[in-house]
Design a protein around this ligand. Structure first.
Ligand code: MG
Length: 228
């Protein structure tokens, strides 16, 4: 058996980020009576646009994480004629509290982890905050499958930074040639792993086009059983 250690990404690989975010957002929308402004779907559409713009600014260092987290709600409400900083900040707090309690995972998560954990040592490698990511893992009862869990907050840098993967190999005692990463993000997970000579499986459920050939590509987690 070539591989010994399997490193799973969390968001959008095991945890269904899109579905969980939308569900959270729906709760917050009605809690703060925003249905007096517009429909949920219009609000959500506008929010996604603004959120993407603010994330782009955040990556360029033009806005802080704190500002991003409430400005996305503020600017969305503003687009529908409501200027309300206080509500925007409450919504931001709600989002951070409620979102990790959501438990929608991709199909076959338990089946695949059950199968793999009998043959390999499994770990989580995730970009995100410790408090939030551990909550997601614990709320869905998958913590027991994993020997070690690495969040970028604890490691001190994000995937695809080579330092992230060096740290992880070092801590687990895994060799690059006996390790494989499974993730949805071609840049962050797949190229990040390959730069460190670690094999990678690209989880691509939406059949996106990629500019890089991974070792393996799957559209459903179930397919992992044919590879490993
Ligand atoms: Mg991901």
């Amino acid at each position: 058996m070539k591989y010994k250690h399997i490193f799973f990404d969390l968001d959008r690989t095991l945890w269904d980020f899109e579905a969980n975010s939308k569900e959270t957002f729906n709760e917050i929308f009605y809690k703060h009576n925003l249905d007096s402004l517009c429909s949920f779907s219009d609000f959500h559409k506008e929010y996604r646009k603004i959120n993407d713009q603010l994330w782009a600014q955040y990556r360029l260092g033009k806005i802080t994480k704190e500002n991003l987290s409430w400005q996305r709600f503020y600017q969305t409400m503003e687009a529908f004629g409501k200027k309300d900083e206080k509500t925007a900040k409450l919504m931001s707090d709600d989002y951070i509290t409620i979102s990790p309690t959501k438990t929608k995972m991709f199909p076959y998560v338990h089946e695949v982890l059950d199968y793999l954990s009998k043959k390999y040592t499994l770990h989580i490698v995730t970009n995100g905050f410790k408090e939030v990511q551990y909550k997601k893992i614990n709320n869905y009862n998958i913590a027991n499958y994993f020997t070690m869990i690495f969040t970028s907050e604890e490691v001190g840098c994000n995937k695809p930074n080579p330092d992230f993967f060096s740290f992880v190999l070092n801590e687990t005692g895994a060799k690059d040639y006996e390790s494989i990463v499974i993730g949805d993000d071609l840049e962050v997970d797949i190229k990040g792993a390959k730069n460190m000579k670690i094999d990678a499986i690209w989880f691509n459920p939406n059949y996106m086009k990629g500019d890089f050939k991974p070792d393996y590509e799957i559209s459903s987690l179930e397919e992992i059983n044919n590879i490993l």
